[in-house]
Design a binder for this molecule. Structure first.
Ligand code: CO8
Length: 262
């Protein structure tokens, strides 16, 4: 499977059907340059198409998940360059095309585009040293990869406004309290805990996991009535799969299910 080599990221396939993507521009604290983002989107699409992979973990280093978009690359760009080249447009594929679960394992700084990238993932596990923020305001710009929208949905208006308008960072404890991250883990254990959690998901029926992900994501896109309708329809659709029959039969037989992804 995906033993493809990249310059700005490292992709590893673990025995538990988990792919681990490590952002690897240590000298720039994993700043999200265009080449890095292109590689990341390529790798995610390769992993999406790799039947041996059931879930993905995205991480950085102990010092930084990613300290933002690459400020040096952006600093001299004109309006027409960012508009016509659709700066950061490639990242839309992460949310729109990846059906497998993606965990962000965040140690250290997740700032600007780094915080936005983490929020594009399905959930965030934070090391106890994690720091989240949208400091674009200090650079004379604003979040441009979803920060104003996803942070507001994740932590509510008051905290999102404060972070976006002041550039203040929040630590892991505040991020967990406010619902941005699902759990805090000791920094040195974070990546292995994320791989283990991804392995739990990778052991379930892949199509059913994707359907569950689609339903939760719909909660952020639609009305309650529409979301409930979608959930009910997709719940019924699981009864058309062998894996639902197997999962319920295994429960009755008091044995482990053997899911076949169909
Ligand atoms: N871009 C480029 N290089 C960076 C970035 C970055 N975002 N962050 C850090 N680096 C580089 C530094 O320049 C430095 O390089 P060098 O050694 O060559 O000087 C190296 O990484 C190490 O960084 P520091 O020496 O600064 O490390 P410290 O430990 O002292 O500080 C900080 C760590 C606090 C994280 C600090 O590096 C920092 O403040 N970084 C910038 C954080 C930031 O502002 N991020 C937001 C960027 S803007 C963005 O993400 C979205 C813009 C959306 C625009 C949408 C347009 C469509």
């Amino acid at each position: 499977s995906a033993a493809k080599t990249y310059e700005n990221i490292i992709v590893e396939i673990r025995p538990n059907k988990v792919a681990l993507i490590t952002l690897n521009r240590p000298k720039a604290l994993n700043a999200l340059s265009t080449p890095l983002l292109n590689e990341l989107v390529d790798a995610l699409q390769v992993l999406q198409n790799d039947a041996s992979v059931g879930a993905i973990v995205l991480t950085g280093s102990e010092k930084a998940f990613a300290a933002g978009a690459d400020i040096k690359e952006m600093s001299t760009k004109s309006y027409m360059e960012v508009f016509q080249n659709r700066l950061f447009g490639q990242t839309d594929a992460i949310v729109q095309k990846i059906q497998k679960p993606v965990i962000a394992a965040v140690n250290g700084f997740a700032l600007g585009g780094g915080c936005e990238l983490a929020m594009m993932c399905d959930f965030i596990l934070a090391g106890e040293n994690a720091k989240f923020g949208q400091p674009e305001i200090k650079l004379g710009t604003i979040p441009g990869i979803g920060g104003t929208q996803r942070l507001a949905r994740a932590v509510g208006k008051s905290k999102a406004m404060e972070l976006v308008l002041t550039g203040r960072f929040m630590d892991a404890a505040e991020a967990e309290r406010s619902g941005l991250v699902s759990r805090i883990v000791p920094a040195k254990d974070l990546v292995e805990e994320a791989v283990k959690t991804a392995g739990t998901m990778a052991a379930f029926s892949q199509p059913i996991v994707s359907i569950a992900k689609e339903c939760v994501n719909a909660a952020f896109e639609t009305t309650l009535a529409e979301g409930l309708r979608l959930e009910r329809r997709l719940f019924y659709s699981t009864f058309a799969t062998n894996d639902q029959k197997e999962g319920m039969a295994a429960f009755s037989d008091k044995r482990d299910p053997k899911f076949t992804n169909n």
